[in-house]
Design a binder for this molecule. Structure first.
Ligand code: OMP
Length: 258
C-alpha cells in the first residue's frame, strides 16, 4: 500500500489530474479541488496507476495473511523461496465509466507482480484466471443484451475498482449492480479516498461506513491528507497558500469523525 502510494504521488505534479477552483461534486458539495483520474491517460501514468492498484490487490487483505500465502508452488518446490500470494477474489469489477478501463488494465499487473520468479520459463501465477467485468450505463437491447460486460459475476467473489470515494454513493450503486447479477462483493479498491463524512447526519467516513456495511475491506491508494501534504510541500503546480487554506477549510467542514 505504502509503496503504491509512494510510486504514484511524485507523478501527480506531472499531470493536470488534480485541479483547484470551485467544483460541484456528485454529493452536491462545493469542493475547492477536484481529482480527475481520466487525465492519467498516458502509457506511463496508466502503467503507474494500474501498478498501484495491483500492489494493493496482491497484498493482504486481498490475499491471505503471510503464514498461509503459498499457492500450489511451495518454497521448497521452487528454486526461489519468495512466497506467491493467492487471491481471495475472482473478478475485478469497474463501474462505468471510469472503472471500465481499470478493470481490464489492472489484470496483467496482477500477473507481473505474482509470477513464480523461481520458474522464469513459465508465467504461472495464482492470478491467471482473475477476470474483468464492467457495466454499461445504457443496457444493450440487442445482440448479447444486458448491462454487464466481461466475466459473468454470478456466484463469483468480486472486488470493485473505482477512482474516487467521496460520500460513497458510486460504490453503493456498483454493489447493487453486482448483487443484482448474483455476485458476491468481497472488497473495494479506489485510487483516492477524499476522507469525507457520508452526510450531515452520518459523520463517519464514507470509506469506513462502506467497509462496515459491506463487511469487506475498502482500501485507497492515496488519501486527501496525502494531497494536502503534497500542496504543503509546494509540489503541486498551481497550488499555493490560497489553495491550501481552502483545502483545509473544506477539510474542517466535511472531514469524517471516525
Ligand atoms: P461519491 O459517489 O460521492 O462517493 O463520489 C464518487 C464519484 O465522484 C467518483 O466516482 C467520481 O466520478 C466523482 N469525483 C471525482 O472523480 N473526483 C473528485 O475529486 C470528486 C468526485 C465527486 O464528485 O465527489
Amino acid at each position: 500500500m505504502t509503496d503504491a502510494k509512494h510510486s504514484l504521488l511524485p507523478l501527480l505534479p506531472t499531470t493536470s489530474a488534480l485541479t483547484f477552483g470551485t467544483y460541484t461534486l456528485k454529493s452536491g458539495r462545493q469542493s475547492p479541488y477536484f481529482f480527475n483520474s481520466s487525465l492519467l491517460y498516458t502509457a506511463s501514468l496508466h502503467h503507474a496507476v494500474c501498478s498501484a492498484y495491483a500492489s494493493v490487490l496482491t497484498s493482504p487483505p486481498f490475499t491471505p495473511k503471510p503464514q498461509s500465502l503459498y499457492s500450489s508452488s511451495t518454497p521448497s518446490e521452487s528454486s526461489n523461496s519468495t512466497p506467491i500470494p493467492v487471491p481471495t477474489y475472482d473478478v475485478l469489477f469497474g463501474p462505468a465509466y471510469k472503472g471500465i478501463v481499470l478493470s481490464g488494465s489492472i489484470l496483467p499487473f496482477l500477473l507481473l507482480q505474482t509470477q513464480d520468479t523461481g520458474n522464469p520459463t513459465t508465467t504461472v501465477s495464482p492470478f491467471n484466471s482473475i477476470s474483468y467485468a464492467y457495466n454499461r450505463k445504457e443496457p444493450k437491447p440487442h445482440g448479447e443484451g444486458g448491462s454487464l460486460v466481461g466475466c459473468p459475476v454470478k456466484n463469483k467473489r468480486v472486488v470493485i475498482v473505482d477512482d474516487v470515494i467521496t460520500a460513497g454513493t458510486a460504490i453503493r450503486e456498483a454493489v447493487n449492480l453486482i448483487r443484482a447479477e448474483g455476485g458476491i462483493v468481497v472488497g473495494v479498491v479506489v485510487l483516492l479516498d477524499r476522507q469525507e463524512r457520508v452526510s450531515e447526519e452520518e459523520p463517519r467516513s464514507a470509506l469506513g461506513v462502506a467497509s462496515e456495511e459491506l463487511g469487506v475491506p475498502v482500501k485507497a491508494v492515496i488519501r486527501f491528507e496525502d494531497l494536502i501534504g503534497a500542496v504543503e510541500e509546494g509540489r503541486i503546480p498551481g497550488a499555493g497558500e490560497k489553495e491550501l487554506r481552502r483545502m483545509k477549510e473544506y477539510r474542517e467542514k466535511y472531514r469524517s469523525r471516525d
